[in-house]
Each structure stands twice: as C-alpha cells, then as structure tokens.
Design a protein around this ligand. Sequence first.
Ligand SMILES: Cc1ncc(COP(=O)(O)O)c(C=O)c1O
Length: 408
Amino acid sequence: MKVEKFREYFPGLNQQVYGRNLIYLDNAATSQRSLEVLSLQSQLSKMDNANIHRSVYNLADKATRYYEDTRDYVKEYLNASDRKEIVFTSGTTFSINMLAYSYGDIAIREGDNIIVSEAEHHSNLVPWQFLCQRKGAELRKLPILDSGEFDLEALEQLMDERTKLLCVAQVSNVLGIVNPIEEIVAKAHSRGVKVLVDGAQGAVHQKVDVQKMDCDFYAFSGHKLFASTGTGVLYAKKELLEQMNPFLGGGEMISTVHFENSTYADLPYKFEAGTPNFNAMPTLKPALELLKMSLEDEDLNSNLEAIKEYVSEELKKDDRIHFAAESVEIDRRIPLFSIMVDGVHHEDLAILMDKMGVALRSGHLCAEPLMGRLGVQGILRASFAPYNTMQEAEEFISCLRRSIDILY
Ligand SMILES: Cc1ncc(COP(=O)(O)O)c(C=O)c1O
C-alpha cells in the first residue's frame, strides 16, 4: 500500500498548524488514531454502551463480547499460550506498577535485588524503586555502553543468587535501539532470573511473539500503536500470574466475598478490578490489525526504511548535530532520532520547528538517568510512523537546518 493511501486512515494527520501542513513526528509519545479505532470507540460509547461481565441483558452481553473478543485477538497477536495470560490495563505504566506490586509482593524479599537498565523510561524504573524501598531490596543498574547498547558483560557480573528480576525495554524511547531481547532473556533464565520486557516502543515496530521471546512479562500501551488512550496490556506467564496476588481490590476481581475476607476470580479477572475501559479496550483489535498489516506491507516498510536511512545520513552530514546511538547499525534501530545540537537548546529548536509545522518532542523524555549518561539535560526527538512520508522527512531536515542556522 502506498503511504499516501495509508495516511487516509488517520484523519489527525490532515490538518494545519500556523498555516502549514502538520508534520507529526512525535509518534513515540503517541500515534495518531485510525478511522476504525475512532469509529469503534464512538459506536461503543454511543450505542453498545453497557457495563461488562455483570449483567444478563442483550446490550451488556454485546459489550462484553467486544471486550473478550479483543482479549482473544491480543492473545493470538502476541502468540501467548492462553487468554488467561492477557491482563488488560490502562497502559504500560499501569502494567508495570501492577507487576511491581503483585509480583514484588510474592517474589521479592529483603536482601534480594532487581536489575533495571539505565536506559529505561521512568515507568520502568520508579515502580521498581518503590518496590525496593518497600521490601528492603537492592536496585541494580544495568549500564549501557557508549554506543547505547546494553553492556551484556556487566549483566553477567550483576546477576547473583539474590537477583530475582531483570527489567529492560525492548526498544528505548530515547536510543531507538532494538535490544537483543531473546539473548538477554536466555542469559537471565540461565541464572534463574525472571524478565520483564517493556514493549511500549518495541511493540510498535515489530511483530511480538512472547513465546519466542520467552520473556516472563511483557507490557505495552495501545495509544502508541493507533488504539485509544487508556488501553494497554500486561502479558505474564500463567504460572506466575497464578502465584501473584491481586493489585487492586473491588468489583469483578472476586470469587466470593465475606465481610472479613474474600477469594479471587480466575485469571485474568483477578487483576481487573472495577469497571474497565470497555468503550476503548476493543479498539486494540482494529489497531493491531492495522499495525500488523503495515508491518507486513512491502511499500510501507520500504518507505519507512528509506526515511530512516535518509534522516540518519542527513543528520550525520552536519557537524553541529549528534544523535543518540548514532554508531549502531541502522538495521538495529527504529526510525527514531534523539538529537543534540552543540550550543542550541532542544526546547528552542522544538518551539521554532513547531512554528514551521513540525511536531517534535523535547525534554528529558521521561528518562532522566539516561540523559545523565548521555551528558545532556534534554534532547530533541523525531520519531516516525508508517504514515510519515519522505517529503515530510525532507521538510523535517530542512526545517531543522534552518532552525539551527537561526539559533546557532
Ligand atoms: C519505553 C517506554 N516505556 C514506558 C512508557 C510509558 O507508557 P505509557 O505512558 O503509555 O504508560 C513509554 C512511553 O513513552 C515508553 O516509551
């Protein structure tokens, strides 16, 4: 499919800012929603709106089926071995917090340690800080090399008999490197260490197969891959979920309730207390279908590859510009560029480029420890999606050069 055709699925792309066509390059923060996602959410809110799992009437049954069919689809999409392994959440942040609480509760004792890479988003760091503080456990840092890759030799040294968990991003939201997750999982498992993969960025750029990855836990957000906000997934191996205690108590997560105590519902409902986001969660299905199509489409793939190569080369041509993970081979990176310009503040660049119609992220990108490692306080990030065109990439480069000329 031609990119021009694919863009038609995304009405949000077709607008102007400051009298110029919007060039949306903040896809790593959130993607635009597809037409099907928008119309499904609208239909579910307008017509098929009834609380799920609770009632016997037709409308409630219909709404429940939308929700549960989505779970089946996500199970297939991730190649999980059982639908019980798919817990719906509001997004990656919730998934990881839930895991830190529920898994932390049963698996982490005083004196244990958890390894987290220094390239993690705050969502995959702060919940582990909470847990370590609560339990008297130690938080260990998996360092990155100057290239931005994980230091896998250091990982071997860091793991010991008290290491219970390793938490790493499949792809960092700053570096854009596709990490060798299967190799990392194998290393961790050989030492008896469980692995959480933060797939918030990784799920967007490659088909996920949790059994092949063999990770114990995998988290992602719907809003980064064309679905509605407030949708997300925690995948976990069934035997682990079975051992874990619920994070939130409330309606629908119980089996029986007595005044003094309760027993819990089967998986995955034990982890889905209260009224879920049933108008939005079903949008995961059309979103993942569209994502899958785009990942398999030759034209869309070669367009995105060409953009990645072009932007990479153009940035390298200008001595004033550096970008994170520049030395890592291009086929191990996603089309995401975290840019530093000598003597120019990232925020000034972002403001100026916004006036030219280019939407970019600037700041610490929710990864302050990584900013420290890169020796900067903030960064300018351009992240591309399959609906971005080469013309937009060229305009981005030209606006960046013009902005640097003005600010330098
Ligand atoms: C790598 C990574 N992890 C976690 C998150 C948090 O995702 P959310 O805000 O959707 O919960 C993000 C969001 O940018 C991310 O890029």
